[in-house]
Structure formats: C-alpha cells, structure tokens
Design a protein around this ligand. Sequence first.
Ligand code: NAP
Length: 496
Amino acid sequence: MKTVESPSSLILLFGATGDLAKRKLYPSLYNLYKKGQLSKRFAVVGVARRLKNDAELREWVKDSILTYGESENEKDLNAFTSHFYYQSHDVTDSASYKQLKTLVDRLDKEYELGGNRIFYLAMSPEFFGTVAEHLKEDGLTDTNGFKRLVIEKPFGHDLQSAIKLNNQIRKAFDEDEIYRIDHYLGKEMVQNIEVIRFSNAIFEPLWNNRYISNIQITSSETLGVEERANYYDKSGAIRDMVQNHMMQMVTLLAMEPPIKLTTDEIRSEKVKVLRALRPVDKENINKYFVRGQYDRGVINGEEVPGYRQEMNVPEDSNTETYFAGKFLIDNFRWAGVPFYVRTGKRMATKSTKIVIQFKDIPMNLYFKSGSNLKPNLLVIHIQPDEGITLHLNVKKAGQGIITTPIKLNYSTSSVDGMNTPEAYEKLLYDCLRGDATNFTHWDEVALSWQFVDEISAVWENEPANFPNYRAGSMGPKEADLLLEKDGFSWWPIIDE
Ligand code: NAP
C-alpha cells in the first residue's frame, strides 16, 4: 500500500502519563512513525503532573512502546522520542497555560510545523470543558495552521451534560475541528461493514425487511469492573457501551448508501437512522430492554466475585453490568426488523460479533425428514477474531438429496502478512490528515443520548432485582425471552 505522510503537526497530549497514552497512543504513534505515515516534522508535548522533565517523559514513552508496542531498534526509538517534550501542569491551574503557549510556539518554529495543532484530551472527562476553554482564552488555539480537538469518551453523562460540554468546547473549536473518539469506529471489521454492504451485489439488494428477519449485535467481555468502579458504577453498561459503540454499529448496519464516501454524506445517513429509532414509552421500557448485574461465578476455571463484592462498588448498587435491547427502526427499509443488541461484563466469552439472519425462503423444497436446514446467516466477526462467515445450506455428500449447513469463512488472520493496525493507530492517522469520518458528530451524540436517557430515567428510579446473572454465563434469562417472544433466539457466540 502506498504510504501517505500526514501533514506536519504538533500534538499536545493532556494526560501524557495515563493508561490510554501508555497502552494505546504511544505505540500507535510509533507505528505511524515507522510506516512513514507521520510527518518527519512532528512534535509531541505531554502534559501531566507526575513527571518532571522531557527526559522522564521520553523514558516513559520508550517504556510504553517496549511494553505494549513493537520495537527492535533502540536507535529508532531514541530518534522517535527525541520529538517529545513535557510540561508539568495542573490543568485546573490557569497560570500554566501561558507557559504551555510559550513552549508550543517555540516548537512550532523549531520544527516548522506551520501552526498545525492537535489537542488530545486523554484524561478524565471532568477536565474536558476547562481545558478547551483555557486553550482559547490563553491563545493556544490562535494559530495559522489547523487546530483540532480530539476528545475521549464519555462525551457527557446524559443529554444535558453532553450539551453543556459541547457548548464549552464549541467556544474554542468549530464542529468540524472536533474529533470525538469512538474507538469501535477504528476497528477493521467495523469499518468493513460499509464495504461489505456497498461493494457486494449479493448483499445490498437483500439488505432490507423483505429478506432480513433480524440482526443481532453482541459485545461480551469476560472481565469484570476491575479498578474502574468509581467511574463504572455511575455509568453502567448503557452509558459505557450502548450510547456509543453499540448504537454506532446499529447506524452502520442500517444506514442508506451515502451518495459519496465523504464525511458529511456518511454522517448524514447515520444520523437519519438515529432519528428513525422508535422511541419507547416509559411503561414499555422493561418490555424492550433488559438489564442485568453479574453475581459470583466461574470464568476460565477461576472463581470470581459478584459485582457488588468488587472493590469500591456499593453493596446495594443498582448499576447494570449487562444490557440487552430490541431496537426498531421506523423507515421503509427496516420496518418490522428487530435489531437485538446485548453487551455485558463477566460473560462466558470475550467477543464482538454481528449476526444478520436472513428470512427463510417461502417454500423450501428440501424441508423434509433427514435434512438439516438452517437459516442463512452473515456473521461479521469484529473482535477478537476478524472476518466474516456466510452460513449456507448445501447437499450432503452421498446418496439421496438431503441438506446440510456449511460455513464459508474469511478471517483476516488467515491472510498471509495481514497484521491489522490498532484502532487508535487508524484514528490518529485519520485525525492527522483531517478525515473525521470515523469520529462521532455532535448530532449522533445528542440523538443517542436522547434515546438512552429514556431508558436510564426509568431504571434509575426502579430498584432492580440484582444480581440476576452468573459470572461466566451469557446474561439473564430475560434477555433470552426478549427474542423468544418474537420467535427468535440469540445465535451462539462461541463456536460460530
Ligand atoms: P488515567 O490513567 O486515569 O490518566 C489520567 C491522566 O490525566 C494522567 O496522565 C494524569 O496524570 C492526568 N491528570 C489527572 N488530573 C490532572 C490534572 N489536574 N492536571 C493535569 N493532568 C492530570 O486515565 P485513562 O485511562 O488514560 O483515560 C483517559 C481518557 O481516555 C478518559 O476519558 C477515559 O474514559 C478514556 N478512555 C480510556 C481508555 C483506556 O484504555 N484507558 C479507553 C477508552 C477511553 P498525572 O496523574 O501524572 O497528573
């Protein structure tokens, strides 16, 4: 593939000592550097409190790449980290932004960066608004080049807080300068959804309510809440996973073909899907949506505690660690086709997968005893496996005409030399080149909060009968009933 170098730029990274920077951002930037996709004229300014100087940050970055990335070459690594600078700075302290501006202006001249600036907020969301306001007030956004703000999730806690945050950052950045990260949009197979749909004559004509009976999206984790209880207990699965990643996958599966593959056209089609989502009345929330919280159980042969026994979780926590829901999209293409979505912690396996189930043909001539006829499925494996599987029926080899189901499988790991880059690497590269397609627009954020807030409002005021699923299972039985009522069931996630 032809390597395209991104424009010269300065990356100002708030949260330079954090977990995200260490595990994802430094290894991703280094990969871009090695591939020649990062301009030779680049500089990174790391902002945090715990380190003292440039040398300490450079060691920190090296250590992160050696631990989480790939590097065999010490000289290369030294050359890369020589572009890193550090400022010890408390983001709530107004005085230090002046100093930061002096450093940034100096590096801009030294590296001939043309005033191009990326402000990456890899820190707790409580600081997002303050930092954005200071960047403007203290002149860091006064530049002749481009200025872009990369902002991590969560974008608000509900619609109201998201509006407040958006108003704060919009004082300093225009909408087209804001890159709201949803790292699912950087995943290889999530990006592949549009390609599978819009470049294959055999799928797009069938991609509607005449031929599809239901779509199932599962994102399951085996991990529990780990050390994140302080954040997670106020968020729960619906805010942590559904409002962003799950709803983004729904939009990509359901959108109309855009007239062009431009950021604006794609976003506009995704927004239409969110506008067509059928709102559910308060009285019916528990009919369409199921919540769960894990109890103790066994995962990979090891006993694990229930959610309420985890560190920093209140004994009577009403927070859901599992969500399942039936989404209906009221438009011509999808009227009557349920999109079933589920996600949870401490489930039987770690997997993100989409199953598109096609309708049975009107009269199947092979529907007779001995035949094993299964619905046609298209399975999109998002993670940890990446690929697609098409489930078909064929004749069973041998005497007589009886059928048997088979699977046509494509897996990226089986393609020689294919090493798909990390989502963060792709998203950083997109941002450096000014391509915002795989980031979420404000309209998408607002509409998905609006939808999710209706559900949270009911659940927050009704104590649940938790815990209601065993760690190591696939969730509460009510989630199975949700599909059984419609005559469907979840397709197995393990051994698909
Ligand atoms: P983290 O490990 O807690 O890191 C927070 C960073 O902010 C540290 O570098 C900390 O540095 C800095 N910081 C905290 N208070 C500060 C202050 N007052 N002034 C200056 N710096 C301050 O958090 P994280 O896990 O990296 O997450 C960062 C963001 O990414 C969050 O929005 C999170 O939701 C999102 N995110 C993270 C992941 C992940 O894999 N970790 C995945 C998806 C999204 P000092 O303590 O040295 O000051």
